[in-house]
Design a protein around this ligand. Structure first.
Ligand code: PXL
Length: 282
């Protein structure tokens, strides 16, 4: 029998607060895909709204972990990078892509560094420049609107956005290097929220929206990226995968809002997984 498809997820592990690896690992595994992990840092919580979190940077471990996998002949159907723990990791992960890229695997970069018009406090403007280079090596990138502005070196527009504006941003992001762009946090009016996609191979531009739920819920970018990748590896087109990811993220946020959970604690993706399996036809 053929082996399972295998992803390597390169993110931090934040012990509490449901984001990065504590989201990517369960979602990708539930989608029937083997998930190898390369942790970039270990934190007690994510950095969004908690004070006093611990932070252990794992930059020093990355090369030796990659070397070990290389010596074992491990191969990946997809490489999925998210939150990187230091500026130096941008170069190390670029090297990781060079080492593990094959003719037919998929490199997906979520340029995690900013939201709501602001760079996360732990990152410098130079980090955004380095992230642009890393995005140049990806097949697919999944920035939010703030990250897109930083990648393009322009001012953040808080929206709402018309189709021509979004299409123009995606075409210019394609100019950085990636073939496919999925832009999150796109909204045409205050009632809807979703994502747009651009596939430069087919030329297709598409939009997927769900009903907007008030509040800023943490970890939703990682939920979105993990579902998007899971759908792509299950054979869905970029547009279909984007729609599945929008639907899943909205449903997980809705449950969380109904439960009245603290927005810092992450979203109820666990009880949304049955909906993902149905959407994926599993
Ligand atoms: O969800 C993105 C993310 C991942 N990892 C860490 C974070 C954040 C966002 O704040 O702080 C550690």
């Amino acid at each position: 029998m053929k082996r399972l498809k295998r992803v390597v997820a390169i993110h931090d592990i934040s012990g509490f607060g449901k984001c990065s690896l504590t989201v990517a690992l369960p979602i990708i595994s539930a989608a029937g895909i083997e998930c190898t992990v390369l942790p970039t840092a270990v934190l007690s919580t994510h950095t969004g709204g908690f004070s006093g979190f611990t932070y252990r940077d794992l930059t020093e471990d990355i090369s030796s972990i990659a070397d070990h996998w290389k010596s074992l002949g491990v191969e990946f159907d997809a490489i999925y990078s998210g939150f990187l723990g230091s500026f130096e990791q941008l170069h190390l992960i670029e090297g990781f892509f060079d080492t593990f890229r094959t003719d037919d695997n998929l490199i997906l970069v979520d340029p995690v560094m900013a939201d709501n018009g602001e760079l996360y406090k732990i990152f410098t403007p130079e980090f955004a420049v380095g992230m642009r280079r890393l995005c140049g090596k990806a097949d697919v990138i999944v920035p939010n609107m703030t990250e897109a502005a930083l990648l393009l070196g322009e001012r953040y527009d808080p929206g709402p956005y018309d189709k021509a504006y979004i299409e123009n941003i995606m075409r210019r992001l394609h100019g950085i290097g990636p073939k496919k762009i999925v832009l999150t946090g796109v909204f045409p009016d205050e009632r809807q929220l979703g994502a747009a996609s651009y596939d430069s191979v087919t030329g297709e531009v598409s939009f997927a929206y769900a009903e907007r739920i008030t509040g800023y819920y943490h970890g939703t970018g990682d939920v979105f990226g993990s579902v998007l990748l899971s759908a792509l590896l299950n054979g869905f087109t970029l547009h279909e995968a984007t729609s599945v990811a929008v639907r899943f993220t909205e449903s997980a946020i809705r449950k969380t809002a109904d439960e009245g959970t603290d927005v810092r604690f992450g979203v109820n993706f666990e009880q949304t997984i049955p909906e993902l399996l149905k959407d994926l036809g599993r």
